[in-house]
Design a protein around this ligand. Sequence first.
Ligand code: ATP
Length: 452
Amino acid sequence: MPVYVGVDDTDSAQGMCTTYLVTEIIRRLNFPILYGLPRLVRLNPNIPWKTRGNGALSIILGGDAQGSSVVGEISGVPVLSSRIATGVSDSLSVVNRAVRSVVEEAAMMDADNTNPGAVVSPAPVNEALYWKAVRGIVEKEEAILFAREAGAVVNEWKNGRGVIGAASALSWRGQNSTFELITYRYRHRWGTSRDINVVDVSSLSDRFPSTFNNYDRATRHPCIYPSSPCPVLYGIRGTRPEVLPEAMKTVRSEMPERWLLFETNQATDDHISVLNGSPSLFSSYVVQGTVRSYPETVRGGHVFFEMTTHEGIILLCAAFEETKDLRGIVRGLIPGDSITVWGAFKPPAGELLNGSLNIEKISVNALARRWIKKSNPVCSVCGRKMESVGRGKGYRCRKCKQRSDMPEMTEARRTVSPGIYSPTTSSRRHLSRPAEMTVQSGVACQTVTGSQ
Ligand code: ATP
């Protein structure tokens, strides 16, 4: 029987990374063949107590040697994974003991906000937990019930909140997935600046078009490595797992000490649900409707406008400063434009606001027509241009004394075109499916920033 191991909340902004801790578990268990790939499962990105990207981890032990392939390397030893399950010789309690000891040695136990959890199970956890954890808020007791229902051993440290992520990582089925290959640094380099060739990073998606979110052309910022003192050297995301080890070889950098390929729910939009009725705080939605008010830019460069959903609900939408060029698209909207917005419904940014839908992606579906004055009207009798009588008083022909209320109108040129737009690469959420990967029928796909 395979053994399912989930773990979360072992790191802090000061160090460690739960993905690295998983490599340590594999090492401690003496390199068992994995069933499937290790999993990096991003959960609700809106929960206030996350450290960074709200990622939880799982591995399944007990792959068959037949048909196995290399999916990583730790200190020179290959990590193997198979699509065929057999089982492990170690009992659940032996695996559990190894997992416990790795967490106790490696987790950032002294950090206030680090509350590790580990779940070791003979079976996957019910999928319902995943959908709640990626879209809503889960109580620890509820996660424990789900884990116990699968027959799991549940381990908690400190307040044990990590159990929520650990159990949820075992409940993801991965029908819709992408991949990330993460490389790790030698220990003596942790906390020092990373030596990675930026040109190799900026051209990565030209060499490997199935990789994504590598480089932010708008800010000229590589997006594959963190700035924190954690063990990660860099991570390359992509839709084709087999090309990622090749892509890794083309990035000149300090020598990685280990690497591991993960299956993930990144770039799947799994955190987004269709809005039915009023939104709940800390959840993410996709909403269709029309623009209700002209966008306004407030102090700090954030742009706000109102939309009316198809159900008649008025929502305040926000494009924050860090979304960079996306704000140019938002500023170009006018009342009546038909739009689809993907975003997180977050608490008030100011006293007067009841929460806003913070835009993660926007589709401009159809543009409203706007008419502007072209010139004074022409006299219908003599054909001369009329003159204005005064503000709001209409026009009059000087010769014939004919009057008209309306000037000649022309259709205003719009600065925004139909298409789907994402924020600049560096301000995208892990779970957000980038515009260039989002297909919406009848809508041309367009990315504002050079992206990648
Ligand atoms: P990193 O991305 O560096 O791994 P992180 O952002 O994942 O860090 P954690 O340190 O894992 O942050 O903290 C997130 C905490 O929130 C964990 O304890 C996890 O169990 C919990 N959690 C995750 N999703 C939910 C949810 N939907 N409801 C309640 N708690 C959650």
